[in-house]
Design a protein around this ligand. Structure first.
Ligand SMILES: [Zn+2]
Length: 444
């Protein structure tokens, strides 16, 4: 049974990987395309954009992003080591004993909550040196963080508070399902997880994001009107656009469509407004509107749901495997015992570590779709390429295809700028002179 489960998982993983590999990267443009349309040299145009970034700046961006690959490994190793400490020294079983002593038998959900709070605080403290390096010193080293230590630490504490509360909202029903269903917990457990993900998506823009940044209605009609005009043209029922003070944290340019149903909103960060021209803002919003129109929120939830079902099956197998060997030594009574949480965390982070390329490909594919949508909605290929260069400040511009497949949760600068220039090339050959000029000189 167990063996077959393992085979099933690897088969599904392999299939998913192959399926994604086919859709991952767009075909590189050939000169044939360029000559049939016009004499526009797509690759030359891409290189011209790349050349806009000084070599030193580019080397720094590459180093930052490539360092991020190692951070994925270190995050996994450090968290697994900390979880192992909790099991090996029986801190986990001691925290459970304390929870049981404070809230005896019928109050099982309260026991779960008490254990969770202890677990979360302990793990947060033990992994803090890594968080400090990764989130503070490393970001400063590359000039990507605008915060001094005090405000940064304040954000970390708020984040921890959110983590404790949201984690409890997830862990309590999850363990209720495990206790109810025993070995068959994982299918319904995955359902709990997906409902939880949808819940977080729904409340985050209204209750979580404002804890870190201030959101105001964008009043500037010169920016707001063209955005709402584009939204209406694309069937998006947005009445307002929000602006938030991301410059508090960094100079990164970004925008997002967040929320679900009633909480859906378009937000622009102030870096985008301050650093970019109107066409650049429009093309960015075209991309964000693409996410909305293409229902990426729902599709993402379904695809991530599939990954989670497989992940939870793997988790169930992994927990049983480890408990049969070391359960007694760790004083973990079984899968229904909350003290199993550090073990669950090791197995699940192993799963997500190994499936990094799959999860990245799920998001990267949707991001590419949003790029295509944005190009057609905003019709500003050069502005799009400019924005892609801004993003190149912290995302390596020109990776190899395998590197992009494994590590990129958004398309690389090369893929995005190539797509923009290909769009431009295909729209140059038009009899409409006005249209042609608009494409050729989008900034004027
Ligand atoms: Zn996007």
């Amino acid at each position: 049974m167990m063996r077959s489960l393992r085979l099933l998982i690897s088969a599904v993983l392999l299939f998913t990987t192959l399926a994604s590999a086919q859709t991952a990267a767009p075909a590189p443009p050939t000169n044939a395309t360029a000559t049939t349309v016009s004499q526009f040299d797509i690759n030359g145009a891409v290189q011209a954009y790349f050349a806009k970034m000084p070599p030193a700046r580019r080397a720094q961006s590459d180093a930052y992003f490539e360092g991020g690959y190692w951070m994925i490994l270190w995050d996994f190793l450090v968290s697994a080591f900390v979880m192992w400490l909790l099991l090996h020294f029986r801190w986990s079983s001691k925290m459970r004993n304390l929870a049981e002593w404070i809230a005896p038998a019928p109050f099982t959900p309260i026991q779960t909550a008490i254990y969770w709070v202890q677990f979360f605080i302990l793990v947060d403290i033990l992994t803090f040196p890594l968080s400090l390096y990764e989130g503070y010193f490393r970001e400063h080293k590359y000039g990507l963080l605008n915060q001094t230590f005090g405000p940064w630490m304040r954000d970390q504490l708020v984040m921890a508070g959110v983590g404790v509360i949201l984690g409890a909202i997830l862990v309590i029903p999850l363990f209720w399902v495990v206790r109810r269903l025993g070995q068959n917990w994982w299918v319904w457990g995955a359902v709990v997880m997906i409902v939880f993900a949808a819940f977080v998506s729904l409340i985050a823009p209204v209750y979580v994001s404002p804890l870190f940044n201030q959101y105001n209605l964008l009043e500037d009609a010169k920016i707001k009107d063209p955005i709402l005009q584009m939204a209406r043209a694309n069937g998006i029922p947005a009445k307002n656009v929000y602006e938030f003070d991301a410059s508090k944290q960094s100079n990164r340019v970004s925008a997002n469509v967040s929320g679900f149903a009633n909480t859906m909103r378009i937000s622009l960060n102030d870096n985008l407004i301050n650093r970019c021209t109107l066409p650049e803002i429009q093309t960015t919003m075209g991309h964000e509107m693409g996410h909305y129109v293409l229902n990426h929120e729902y599709k993402g939830l379904v695809m991530v749901g599939v990954v989670i079902v497989i992940g939870f099956a793997f988790l169930n197998w992994g927990i049983n495997f480890a408990l049969a060997r070391w359960g007694a030594a760790w004083e973990v009574r079984g899968i229904t015992d909350i003290a199993v949480l550090p073990l669950a965390s090791i197995v699940l982070s192993l799963f997500f570590f190994l499936t990094t390329p799959i999860n990245n490909t799920i998001t990267r594919t949707m991001e590419y779709e949003a790029d295509m949508y944005g190009l057609n909605a905003a019709r500003q290929p050069d502005a799009e390429a400019n924005v892609d260069m801004f993003l190149g400040e912290y995302r390596k511009l020109d990776p190899g295809p395998v590197e992009e497949f494994i590590f990129y949760d958004h398309p690389s600068g090369r893929v995005r700028i190539t797509a923009a220039m290909r769009w431009k090339a295909e729209h140059l050959d038009t009899s409409n002179v006005e249209e042609m000029n608009r494409v050729l000189f989008p900034q004027k």
